[in-house]
Design a protein around this ligand. Structure first.
Ligand code: PLP
Length: 445
């Protein structure tokens, strides 16, 4: 296995030299919230794979649903008016939980595609309203919006952009991330910091010209950029500012969607109303590759007229609304209802956040931050000055290795340690996860 993988497999988000040297970590089995590697060692998956396996790794109902749908209609497309029962029901179900119940759903296969679809729809919408100069998209430093060319171009993370984003473009412009711990000036409270963020955003909009800006895209909690939770009121004020300037607000809910922050969607937790949302990951608990873009009624009406003029809506993916992925996602949402997912997250969150914040006194932890069932610890060289470790020390990466030796899987985003377990995790498993993390931290010192 090991040699074969090194021979043929080019891994995403992997240093090829490290893979050549150390080989792959092969996972063979799951069981509830744990996964087992090829050496037989089991781990509590504290990241739900990549922020997605809300129902853990071996839900039998989802397996049965995929099996049954495979034997009913295993593959079909949704171009040119084609539909299938699971895709139809899934679109209905999504709208029933979304804050745009009279809108529409466009399916795709991943978060990146859902984001790309939102951007294209923003342009089409502005063009349909006779505002075709509105092309620019505001993103933020630290943002992660996927790995397609547009996703990378919207990204505020250097390693995602590399030579792979469209640089020097006249489309994507960047605002600051609402990252109080790292970006606040001396003596700025979360409130005064949020006020400054807002006036800087306003200045950016004025500088670029609101008549040139189509939309702003936000992750309610910025995930891959460091689990950044905005100060109270930030999004409500951003929304009001954008509305004043006739700029769309796009919520990238790929991580925050489906209960992660204690509401169905992150925008509901933070009290703002987006014009469109991108979802993926938790939509099928990661069991099938599926994503979706949800759009408001107003967007739908404008783009459908524009598409009518063109004769067709010229965007779509072969596997959009695929019967098997749709059936599995639909069953996932039914299970979320049955287990009262939102109530469960709110109640589990108390223990989760208490464990998380118990690390705030630790000498190596500068800040603990969390909401719902997502959290992070930020490692620092000096707690008082907040000085980070030099990147060459790779402290976050080392802690993740030590954590694996202790039987837990977490993810380091530089020196920020992200924790985002399956939402079916039990309190005893949360306690075990943090106890092992504590041991790993002791090993680091
Ligand atoms: N948007 C956000 C906020 C994400 O976190 C991710 C992936 O982590 C994406 C988009 C891209 O999703 P995918 O990897 O399914 O393309």
């Amino acid at each position: 296995m090991d040699l074969l993988d090194r021979h043929a497999h080019f891994h995403p988000q992997t240093d090829p030299k490290v893979l050549e040297r150390d080989g792959p970590i092969v996972f063979e089995r799951g069981n509830g919230v744990t996964v087992t590697d090829s050496s037989g060692r089991s781990y509590i998956e504290g990241m739900a794979s990549l922020w997605c396996a809300a129902l853990g790794f071996t839900n039998p109902r989802l397996a049965q649903t995929a099996h049954d749908q495979m034997l009913t209609l295993a593959s079909y497309h949704t171009f040119n008016r084609r539909a299938n029962p699971p895709a139809i029901e899934l679109a209905e179900k999504l709208l029933s939980i979304a804050p745009m119940s009279d809108g529409k759903v466009s399916f795709c296969n991943s978060g990146s595609e859902a984001v790309d679809t939102m951007i294209k729809l923003s342009w089409l919408y502005q063009s349909a309203r006779g505002r075709s100069r509105k092309r620019k998209i505001i993103s933020r430093h630290n943002a992660y919006h996927g790995s397609t060319v547009m996703g990378a171009t919207l990204s505020g993370l250097p390693h995602v952009r590399g030579a792979m984003a469209v640089e020097d473009n006249d489309v994507v412009i960047f605002a600051a991330a609402p990252y109080h711990y790292r970006q606040a000036q001396k003596d700025e409270t979360p409130e005064t910091f949020a006020a400054r963020m807002l006036s800087e955003l306003d200045a950016l909009i004025q500088r670029e010209g609101p008549e040139n800006i189509a939309a702003m895209i936000v992750e309610p909690v910025m995930g891959a950029g460091g689990v950044i939770i905005p100060p109270e009121g930030y999004y409500r004020n951003v929304e009001a500012l954008l509305r004043r300037h006739d700029i769309l607000l796009l919520s990238d809910e790929v991580i925050c969607g489906f209960g992660r922050t204690g509401h169905w969607f992150g925008c509901q937790t933070f009290g703002f109303r987006p014009d469109m949302m991108s979802v993926a990951k938790g939509l099928s608990s990661g069991y099938q590759p599926i994503g979706a873009t949800l759009m408001s009624r107003e967007i739908y009406q404008a783009v459908s007229e524009e598409a009518g003029r063109l004769g067709v809506f010229g965007h779509g993916f072969t596997y959009a609304g695929h019967p098997v992925t749709s059936a599995v996602a639909l069953e996932t949402l039914r299970i979320y209802d049955e287990i009262d997912l939102i109530g469960r997250v709110r109640s589990l969150s108390k223990a989760f956040l208490a464990h998380l914040h118990s690390f705030s006194d630790h000498a190596l932890i500068g800040e603990t931050r969390g909401i719902g069932m997502i959290g992070a610890l930020e490692l620092v060289a000096d707690k008082v000055s907040r000085a980070p470790f030099p990147p060459s020390r790779r402290v976050g990466a080392r802690l993740i290795e030590l954590a694996m030796e202790r039987g837990i899987i977490l993810r380091n985003l530089g020196d920020v340690i992200a924790i985002c377990p399956p939402l079916v995790i039990e309190e005893a498993e949360i306690a075990a996860l943090f106890s092992r993390l504590s041991d790993a931290l002791a090993d680091l010192q």
